[in-house]
Design a protein around this ligand. Structure first.
Ligand SMILES: [Fe+2]
Length: 159
């Protein structure tokens, strides 16, 4: 495990706003970029490894093989910022229908080095496209540790 997680976490604890979390990931030190080589992968689904969890802050490393994705979810009011360390992340964003299902409204691709920041009420999903040629690794900062709600897709969009 690369050095510097505690340092990153302490800086994040001092920067409680979304812009602060985003800035920390934009200026991530070289030592932590090496986390891109530290993720593990599982053919059963996306992996999620908690690197730090204290004082209302979570640092999580996720590994995604091509074709793996999260369900549409919100972050229960928590702030979330993430950086793409390896591969290409597709983020789909959703609106919630009257019957409580997720309908995709837009999606974008993010190359390594990209940083995404989401407000707690945003509903989104991360995807490593099944046509992708390489695994995806993402590093997430959450504040506080989120209680996520997942949403079913509207039927015509279910894969
Ligand atoms: Fe999320």
């Amino acid at each position: 495990m690369p050095q510097g997680i505690d340092n990153l976490a302490n800086l994040a604890i001092e920067r409680p706003d979304l812009e602060g979390l985003r800035d920390l990931l934009v200026t991530l030190p070289e030592s932590l970029l090496a986390l891109g080589a530290c993720a593990v992968f599982d053919s059963a689904g996306r992996t999620r490894r908690v690197l730090f969890e204290s004082q209302g802050l979570s640092v999580v490393l996720c590994g995604w093989l091509p074709g793996q994705r999260s369900e549409p979810h919100d972050h229960g009011g928590s702030l979330c910022a993430l950086r793409v360390l390896r591969g290409v992340a597709t983020e789909a964003r959703y609106e919630i229908t009257q019957d409580g299902r997720a309908r995709e409204v837009e999606r974008d691709d993010y190359l390594p080095g990209s940083v995404l920041a989401c407000d707690g009420s945003d509903v989104h999903a991360l995807i490593n496209d099944r046509g992708s040629s390489e695994p995806l690794v993402t590093l997430h900062l959450y504040r506080p540790t989120p209680l996520m709600t997942e949403y079913d897709l509207v039927p015509e969009e279910a894969p």
